[in-house]
Design a protein around this ligand. Structure first.
Ligand code: TXA
Ligand code: MG
Length: 353
């Protein structure tokens, strides 16, 4: 299949540029598009055949449900029933934006889209290109992140192209994603709201709207406990890991830098044929004696880190790095989301110094 690439300038969005993409979606095809979090791989959420194509293109396990993207709050009533008041309060505060709500699904949403579940994940993105695509096509768009299953989520069109060229009908290039980490997921189908995936909207942000909110137990634990099954099926899969081996080093800054420098020196002496690298905050770059240093953003500027993390993880692969030491990025209020992704990328390989 030929994958068509189109570029849309977000400063001058013209709805007529969405005609072909809309037709593809209406005909059951697949279009990758930007959102404020990561690029999504979109298909008609109410068309079981389109959902099946999404799973096939990504190589995604079929029990891992898709998020349905809408363009106005009242759309939730077409997709879900028994909607609690709290859903409207959350929508009021966080939509359009990087929040996904889990609600009880109506019959029109096929189980092919929800991985066999009776619930549906719904998100109203803030990205103008995403919203124009949804409203112009008149299609509720099921969209997982537009990466091959297991790879870091794509934060620019080139990442999508690397993973999905030849497997989907179209890629809409709208530039770099503003946030760079997937949405926060909150489940509203139980007695109390539960956060199933940490994201840019933090637990503290949610607590301003809902009295009681906790993380799903499976997310709370640093190391996955095989006895606790995450409520978001996707959280159980290995994810984001580059080919190289990442070790996260936690502790006081001076101890962390000393430990990493020592490890690099020892390793280089014992095996000079491998490629070593450090992942750190921009402020700390001068502290390292390493040939390959990857800055992940400014320690105190959460967005600089969230928006570069996945790009850096992909870059490590491109550069053929074998061994990576990473700092912990715990100085911002987005640390739960950032470290959730980084721990997974490192396969929970963590050293405390
Ligand atoms: O920011 C995002 O959420 C991006 C953009 C494209 O919107 N999408 C995204 O989709 O990250 P995906 O498929 O990569 O992740 C969806 C997550 C998975 O962990 C999945 O298991 C969970 O949402 N999920 C979807 N429907 C669910 C449901 N009914 N119940 C529990 N978890 C659900
Ligand atoms: Mg994903």
């Amino acid at each position: 299949m030929d994958t068509k690439l189109i570029v849309i300038d977000r400063q001058h969005i013209d709805p007529s540029e969405f005609t072909e993409a809309s037709r593809i979606l209406q005909d059951g095809g697949l279009v990758a598009f930007p959102t404020e979090t990561v690029y999504g791989l979109g298909g008609n959420a109410l068309d079981a055949g389109a959902s099946a194509k999404i799973y096939a293109a990504k190589g995604r396990p079929s029990d891992n449900p898709l998020i349905v993207h809408i363009s106005k709050v009242s759309d939730i009533e077409e997709l879900a029933y028994d909607i609690p008041d709290i859903a409207y309060a959350l929508a009021d505060r966080f939509w359009p934006g990087p929040m996904t709500m889990i609600l009880k699904k109506k019959d029109i949403v096929p189980k092919a889209t929800t991985g066999g579940l009776d619930t549906v994940a719904i998100r109203l993105p803030s990205d103008e290109i995403a919203r124009t695509l949804i409203s112009e096509s008149g299609v509720f768009i099921a969209a997982p992140s537009a990466n091959s299953s297991g790879r870091p989520s794509p934060t620019c069109a080139r990442h999508v192209y690397e993973d999905l060229n030849g497997k989907i009908d179209m890629i809409i290039d709208g530039g770099d994603c503003e946030i760079g980490l997937e949405s926060s997921i909150i489940d509203l189908t139980g007695d109390e709201p539960l956060i199933l995936r940490p994201g840019f909207i933090t637990k503290e942000d949610f607590a301003e709207v809902v009295r009681q909110v906790e993380y799903d137990r499976a997310v709370q634990n640093l190391k996955p406990d095989v006895n606790i099954i995450p409520k978001a099926p996707g959280m159980k899969y290995k994810h984001y890991a580059p080919k190289g081996n990442i070790t996260i080093v936690k502790g006081d800054k001076s101890k962390v830098t000393a430990y990493i420098n020592q490890m690099l020196e020892d390793k280089r002496a014992s095996d000079g044929s491998r490629k070593y690298a450090v992942m750190c905050a921009e402020e700390n770059v001068p502290c390292y004696r390493a040939e390959n240093i990857y800055s992940v953003g400014k320690e105190k500027d959460a967005k600089s880190i969230t928006s570069s993390l996945f790009r850096v993880l992909r870059q490590l692969d491109e550069d053929g790095v074998d061994i990576i030491y990473s700092e912990e990025f715990a100085a911002t209020d987005k640390k739960d989301a950032i470290m959730n992704r980084l721990y997974k990328a490192a396969g929970y390989n963590i050293v405390e110094v």
